[in-house]
Structure formats: structure tokens, C-alpha cells
Design a protein. Structure first.
Lengths: 336, 213
């Protein structure tokens, strides 16, 4: 138990409280190494429980079925290998830590009221290895939920939010692959934005049930199936402004032949690497981590994250990805 | 008597022409090099940030080459088979909501292989020049020269027509040079998933020829 620590809370919000391309959650070990947070294969299938309290807006069985559908969305990814098993209902509350039960359920904590937090995920990890040993997910009782297959107006889709939170459950952080528009419910991501984008798709929408290439790539990096890593390649380069590296810039690669958009973040020096890209030509695009997101949503320092630059494309020639190889030198110069 | 004179007259002209263009050899082998003005659209692909259109760039001179063989059935009609290969680059045009329009030339390369069978109708002249017209049908196989997930090659039917002129060198009558211009139209070409591709292009080549038999 001494090696275990409460890792972090990653939440899905509505834009009232702004809250990451796929981002893999990491932990710095006592030795100073960075390790990815993930379930080890010895844990497969990963067992999860559902809190047995009846939800306010639908039946407990609906909740169990909705959660199962959300796990299945991740389990069905052909390029990733992780399996889950429903272990039954439990009296344990979601966010009861160190009980060796990964529990999902609703929570009516008054502190959640007005925060805009729809749901959140917490991991208990081995701080030396990054192994996730327990993960709980709660959904806030302060919102109205539905599990209707087509969504229901003015309610949040439970399956969509569960799918997002299970991404965190697996070790993914937030993705910044997303564009927002002003809809009936403040700003909301447009269809095609990553499921791991930190904001909900809004009431009535079930878009969040369908994973995007960015989500799939992220979990396939963590739990590669078959020859995923051999069949894909990577792009790398540096984002600079006035000759200096742009810390924590967001970089996406778009393959027009596959239609896939996958992103990554530059490090504090502006160096970036996008992994898990299928072979082909890519359009490489850079943008800052700005409105409606902020650096804090991604765990980046503020100040320290350069937000003062305009979106830009890589125009230095072909950015082609080949399987099992890395294409470097895809450097992007941005301007204030 | 009148009919006999006419026949004589008709046969006399070719005899002179053939004498001056190197004889009655039927098999010609040729090699050629050239370029191609190419039109091929990849279609449009979009994501949440941008729309991307793509198109083939024309084949630079020297990037198209091949060889051919023809067999003359008559003085004016020959069957021809050609194999040619070209490499060309593709460019992308990005229409980005925040950035605007940006052209990205030379983003990837593809190989085009033409296999054509056809007919040559030629008109040997006295001075060693042989203008001709051609019509061919065959296939065009287009393959990216580097991996693109999901696309190994695209093959379509290719129809071509055009013409040119050959010049048989009087002092070396089995050796000739020429210029050839052909318009190709093929039913398939590389495309983005939502695209509907076809290829059109005008190939221009400089031809070197030898005559055998």
C-alpha cells in the first residue's frame, strides 16, 4: 500500500468551468522517471463495480447497461487490447479510495453544485511503475441525465460522459483536438472533436458515444494490439516563434486519405512528437491552448505556456509518415 | 491498258518513298523520354479545422519514359505496343478556418504505369519524315511511391490518341528520332475517400527508334 498514491482527478465539464489531442497521463517516479499510467495486462480483464444506489433519472439496470456500452466502445478498438468485466453492484461509493474496487456511480456531494463538473475519474496508482490498481468514476447528481439511444433534449447523455471518463480510467488525459461553437448550451465541441476533449458535447447530444481517431490512437499507444506500433509511424519537430521554442503548443496531424486527425503537445521547449500515425501524407497544424481551454486543463504551467501566437501550418515540404519509422524535422514557425 | 497504268502509278510512289525512308522493314523498336501535362483531382477531405483538396502536379520532362514496339502490316498501318512509366508529385490546398488558404506543393509522389496497345496510321514522306496518328487503349496503374494506408494502387482503363512525326536518318536508315504527342484519359486515379478520381493528361515525348527486319 505504501507504493500507492491517489493519482489525480480528471473531470469532464461543461463550459461554465472550462476544463486536453490525446494525452497520456504520466507520473514522475521517486527516481525521477516519467512513467505512463496504465493498467498492466495481468489485471485483464479489468473488473469494475457499479454503485447499487438507484440513479435519479433512470433505472440502475440502465446505468449498468450504459456503463457496459461505454466500456465496450473502448474494448472494441481493434488496435488496442484491453478487456473489462462487470463485477456486479456494490455498496461502495465511487471515489471511496483504496478499497481495491473500481467503482462507478452517481454522487450528490454538495460541493459539486455549480462547478459544472459532470463527472470525474480518479486513479490509484503504483508510483514506481505507473500501474493503475484502482479507478473510480462518479457522475454528478446535479445534472439531469438520460440513456436514450438518440439522446433527449435538455439532458446529458450518460453513455457519452461515461465513455469520456472511461478514457481517463484507462490512463488517457484530455485531448485538445476540438473546435467549439456557440450552441444552445454555451460553447460546445463540434462533431469530430475528440471524445477526450475536456468539454461535454452538451445536452441532447450522443456524439460523445463514438470514439475518434485521436481517442483510438491514444489508447492504442497505451495498450497496443497486434502490430499497431509496427504498422504506424510518428512525426516530430519543433514549434518556434522568433527562434525560440513554443512551450506546450498543440500540434495535430491530418491525413486526408484516412481522414484521421491525431494530436500531441509540444514540451516546454517546443519539441513535439505525434505517435501512432497510419502511413501517408499529413497536414501538420499548430495552435495554442486557448479559449475555451486553458493550460491548466492539461496540466501545463501558466505562466510558462505560450498562448500568444496564431494558428499555423507546416509548409516546409512533405510530412509523410511511414510504418515503423519516425519522420523528423517537421518544424513549424509561428507568429505572434 | 488504262487500268495497268494506274496501278503502276500507285505502286511507283511508295517505292520511291520507301527507298528514301530506309526500306521495307516492319518491326520498329523505340525508346522515349518526355513529360506530361496532367490533370488529376484527389477530391476533398475535411476535418474540424480545415478542408483539403489535392491534385496531381504535371510530370516534368525526363520523368516520363518508356519503350515501344510496332509492326507494320502495311506501309500505312501498324500495330503498336507501348509501356511507359512516369512519376509525378501531388500538391494539397488547405482551406483552414483560422489560417486561410495555404498551398502545400510536392506533398507526395505517385508512379503511373501505362500499358497501351493500339494502331498507328502513318504517311511516309520522301524526305525521311513519317507523320503519323495513333489510337490506343490499355490500362493506367497509379501507385503511391511511399506507403499510404489503404491504397496500394489504382488501376483504370486508359484511352489515348495523338500523333507525331518520325525522322529516319538517311545515312543510317535503320535509326530514327521523333516527337510524339498523346492525349490520355483514364477512368481511375488516386483519390481521397470521398473523391471520384479520373486522370487526363497530354504526354509529350522525344522518341528514338530502330528498325529491324
Amino acid at each position: 500500500m505504501k507504493s500507492r498514491i491517489l493519482a489525480l482527478v480528471t473531470a469532464l465539464s461543461i463550459p461554465a468551468t472550462p476544463s486536453f489531442s490525446y494525452q497520456v497521463l504520466q507520473n514522475e517516479t521517486p527516481d525521477g522517471d516519467l512513467v505512463d499510467l496504465r493498467w498492466f495486462s495481468a489485471s485483464f480483464p479489468v473488473r469494475y463495480y457499479v454503485n447499487g444506489r438507484e440513479p435519479l433519472d433512470f433505472s440502475l439496470q440502465d446505468a449498468v447497461d450504459g456503463i457496459a456500452a461505454s466500456f465496450r466502445a473502448w474494448e472494441d478498438i481493434e488496435t488496442a487490447s484491453i478487456t473489462f468485466q462487470y463485477a456486479g453492484t456494490t455498496d461502495a461509493e465511487a471515489f471511496e479510495f483504496f478499497d481495491d474496487q473500481s467503482t462507478l456511480g452517481f454522487r450528490d456531494d454538495p460541493d459539486l453544485e455549480g462547478t459544472g463538473i459532470l463527472g470525474a475519474t480518479l486513479q490509484v496508482i503504483n508510483i514506481f511503475t505507473g500501474e493503475i490498481v484502482e479507478s473510480d468514476i462518479f457522475f454528478s447528481d446535479f445534472f439531469v441525465w438520460s440513456v436514450d439511444p438518440g439522446g433527449r433534449p435538455n439532458t446529458f447523455d450518460f453513455v457519452s460522459v461515461a465513455t469520456h471518463e472511461i478514457g481517463h480510467f484507462l490512463g488517457l488525459g484530455h485531448s485538445h483536438v476540438g473546435v467549439t461553437e456557440t450552441g444552445g448550451f454555451r460553447r460546445r465541441p463540434v462533431e469530430g472533436s475528440a471524445i477526450m476533449y475536456p468539454f461535454s458535447f452538451g445536452p441532447g447530444s450522443v456524439i460523445g458515444r463514438t470514439l475518434t481517431a485521436d481517442d483510438v490512437t491514444g489508447v492504442s499507444i497505451l495498450y497496443p494490439a497486434g502490430s499497431f506500433l509496427q504498422r504506424t509511424g510518428r512525426l516530430s519537430g519543433r514549434v518556434t516563434k522568433g527562434g525560440s521554442g513554443v512551450g506546450f503548443a498543440h500540434v495535430v496531424g491530418f491525413n486526408p486519405f484516412t481522414g484521421e486527425t491525431v494530436g500531441a503537445f509540444a514540451d516546454e521547449s517546443g519539441n513535439y512528437e505525434i505517435l501512432g500515425l497510419r502511413p501517408g501524407p499529413y497536414v501538420v497544424r499548430v495552435n495554442p491552448v486557448t479559449d475555451p481551454t486553458s493550460p491548466g486543463d492539461f496540466g501545463f504551467p501558466d505562466p510558462g505556456t505560450d498562448l500568444d501566437f496564431r494558428d499555423a501550418l507546416y509548409t516546409g515540404g512533405p510530412a509523410e509518415v511511414e510504418a515503423s519509422s519516425s519522420t523528423g524535422g517537421i518544424d513549424v514557425v509561428v507568429e505572434p | 491498258m488504262k487500268r495497268a497504268l494506274l496501278l503502276l502509278a500507285f505502286s511507283a510512289v511508295p517505292a520511291v518513298g520507301l527507298a528514301q525512308t530506309g526500306g521495307t522493314k516492319k518491326l520498329e523498336l523505340s525508346g522515349f523520354v518526355g513529360g506530361m501535362s496532367l490533370t488529376q483531382e484527389l477530391g476533398t477531405a475535411s476535418n474540424i479545422y480545415m478542408s483539403v483538396t489535392g491534385a496531381a502536379e504535371s510530370v516534368d520532362f525526363g520523368k516520363l519514359y518508356g519503350f515501344g514496339a510496332s509492326w507494320a502490316f502495311t506501309r500505312n498501318v501498324a500495330a503498336e505496343f507501348t509501356f511507359s512509366r512516369s512519376t509525378n508529385l501531388y500538391g494539397l490546398d488547405v482551406d483552414d478556418e483560422a489560417i486561410g488558404n495555404v498551398a502545400l506543393p510536392d506533398q507526395f509522389e505517385a508512379e503511373q504505369v501505362f500499358l497501351t496497345g493500339g494502331v498507328i496510321v502513318q504517311f511516309p514522306l520522301e524526305v525521311g519524315l513519317v507523320p503519323y496518328g495513333s489510337f490506343g487503349i490499355g490500362q493506367l496503374k497509379t501507385s503511391p511511391t511511399s506507403d499510404i494506408e489503404g491504397i496500394e494502387s489504382v488501376t483504370g482503363t486508359d484511352v489515348s490518341f495523338g500523333g507525331g512525326v518520325k525522322y529516319w536518318i538517311p545515312s543510317v536508315p535503320w535509326l530514327g528520332v521523333g516527337f510524339d504527342l498523346r492525349y490520355h484519359t483514364a477512368t481511375e486515379g488516386l483519390t481521397f475517400p470521398e473523391g471520384d478520381g479520373s486522370t487526363n493528361g497530354t504526354a509529350y515525348t522525344v522518341v528514338g527508334m530502330v528498325r529491324l527486319f
